[in-house]
Design a protein around this ligand. Sequence first.
Ligand code: C5P
Length: 219
Amino acid sequence: GRRLIVAIDGPAGAGKSTVAGKLAADFGLLNLETGAMYRAFALKAIENGVPSDDAAALEKLAAETSIGLEATPAGNRVLLDGSDVTARVRDAAVTQAASQVSVHPAIRSWMVDLQRKLGEKGGVVMEGRDIGTVVFPDADIKIFLDASPEARGERRFEQSGKVTTQESILKEIRERDQRDRNRAQSPLRPAPDAVVIDSTDLTLEEVVNKVQDLITARL
Ligand code: C5P
């Protein structure tokens, strides 16, 4: 049958990428980070001067955009119309725009189709906001990784090289959460059959161990 599909969803800064990367290495799975795809499209919108709230213009832009995601041992490489934009999609302006363009139903449907094509053969750990609920509702293992906004803000601050303040990171995280949780199409929430892990008081190593046990029990 199809190879394993592991879905990891949750808000920004919950540790999804770290956990997914570790699982991918341990179980020989491809780690596909769907947030990078929304980020790449947001970058294209910025480059073309298309506002994040112009649904019709964004949909038109999407029709002439190609987004690729490659899992490499060093992490995901994201391609926008054939160019490597892996580093550029981490800009603060892109982060903000990704959160905004991902609200639009037409953009989400387009991305979901791409993501299903990337993962359909299995052997993947796919992370995002709606993987267990929408992209792969029949995933073998669904994890919803959560943590308090404060804990997430602190982790992001530690990873950021401290070029900004912890306060501004917390503010950005709260805003993105709000938008993800309250949008009409595929809002951020655990699938009914997801295992919810609150990592507020856990190290990421402890989280990884928990998920490894879940996967091992399924193999
Ligand atoms: O995960 P990451 O922070 O890179 O995602 C960037 C933005 O893309 C998020 O703030 C979220 O709004 C959106 N996103 C989404 N659905 C996904 C992955 C990301 O809406 N599956």
